[in-house]
Design a protein around this ligand. Structure first.
Ligand code: 5AD
Ligand code: SF4
Length: 365
């Protein structure tokens, strides 16, 4: 059929092909898309899903992104910092649990104390298991010098979502204060690549004002930037943000709207897998905010990475970027058991004790 021919084009797909696939709605056609993407996953990265234990160590943020629950102006949020030794203990737990890698995330800060703190923390984290723990850092926009210091300290992956590849749409989602510039974000991705990181990016899917053409362009952006890892997920309303309130007021957050964003999120995973082939793609927690089986569906649509939350239980409720975030009442052990059951239900296995780096990174190096 025409759809089968299109699915077989894979990395040769045009922008219009991407748009066509992202616009599918027929359940049988969607299943064909997910099956084709899962087959590419099986061939290029294997039916093995890797864990990146996620430590959200502080919710302080200098940014004011209009969609995000921990934006600077949200005074309802109680700000926290995790005690250094607690971070190291959680990281040791992560290593002992056989998670190959850790993701160190917080809000964005650029003060020298923070930069020094993160650098020293990275050095200590790399001592665990004699450098046995893969380490992804995810703390926003920094100078090239800072990125280089952290790389030299032992971080080898960095995750910075472009949020959208459309600068005009980006501008509608951020304050126009000179500190939320699309071009700066894009330049950061180029610096990270130059320094030698495995570079991750991604978008939010189903944003107000975002078109299917924008989403197709995001996937082409990943390709043009030669990205190694994709972390993307549906936009989910946070009730106490300007964008969240506008979306609710416009009547755009019905159950049908949420399901629509979930399905768009799954289609993005599948089409990205078909088009980029050998990159790592995360089934993110936001999928599960919209559907109890969201992350399993992500794995079946071609994702191969899960990020079990390792954050201390007492801080989880203070790290809410969006409403209905799952796993807030759980602790790390429960998240481990829950996710391994999810992986098994898909018919994959967990790549324990391995870093699970993006094969794409080594293809070009
Ligand atoms: N819905 C979905 N994702 C969000 N993020 C921030 N706010 C939201 C939201 N309301 C994502 C952004 C950011 C990442 C850490 O979390 O893409 O890069
Ligand atoms: Fe800060 Fe990131 Fe939220 Fe923006 S999305 S306000 S940078 S935590």
């Amino acid at each position: 059929s025409a759809l089968q021919a299109l699915l077989q084009k894979q990395e040769r797909m045009t922008r219009q092909d991407l748009v066509t696939l992202l616009s599918l709605t027929d359940p049988e056609e969607l299943q064909a898309l997910y099956d084709a993407a899962y087959a590419v996953k099986a061939e290029k990265v294997g039916r093995v899903d890797y864990y990146r234990g996620l430590i959200e160590f502080s919710n302080r943020c200098i940014k004011n992104c209009c969609y995000c629950g921990i934006r600077r102006d949200n005074e309802e949020v109680e700000r926290f910092d995790t005690v250094r030794q607690d971070i190291l203990d959680m990281a040791q737990w992560t290593y002992d649990a056989g998670y190959g890698s850790l993701t160190l995330q917080s809000g964005e800060r650029q003060d020298p104390e923070f930069i020094d703190y993160v650098e020293a923390l990275i050095r200590d984290l790399k001592k665990i298991g004699n450098g046995g723990l893969g380490l992804t850092v995810c703390v926003g926009e920094q100078t090239e010098e800072t990125y280089r210091r952290w790389f030299n300290a032992g971080a080898h992956r960095y995750l910075l979502r472009i949020e959208t590849s459309n600068p005009d749409l980006y501008a509608t989602l951020h304050p126009q204060d000179g500190h939320h510039l699309w071009q700066v974000r894009c330049d950061c991705l180029k610096m990270l690549r130059r320094i030698g990181y495995q570079v991750g990016t991604g978008d939010m899917i189903g944003l107000p004002g975002q078109t299917v053409e924008d989403l197709a362009a995001d996937i082409q952006f990943y390709k043009d930037m030669d990205i190694d890892m994709i972390g993307m997920g549906p936009y989910v309303v946070h009730h106490h943000t300007p964008i969240g309130q506008a979306v609710v007021a416009a009547g755009l957050d019905s159950e049908a709207d949420k399901l629509n964003r979930l399905h768009l999120g799954l289609k993005m995973i599948a089409v990205t897998r078909l088009y980029l082939q050998d990159v790592n793609i995360a089934a993110t927690t936001a999928l599960q905010a919209l559907h109890p089986l969201g992350r399993e569906l992500g794995l079946k649509a071609g994702a191969n990475i899960l990020m079990p939350i390792v954050t201390l239980p007492q801080f989880r409720a203070q790290y809410l970027l969006y409403d209905n975030k799952p796993c807030v009442d759980e602790h790390a052990e429960q998240c481990r058991n829950c996710l391994s059951a999810r992986v098994a239900s898909v018919g994959d296995r967990v790549g324990l004790g391995q870093w699970g780096d993006s094969p794409h990174f080594f293809e070009k190096n």
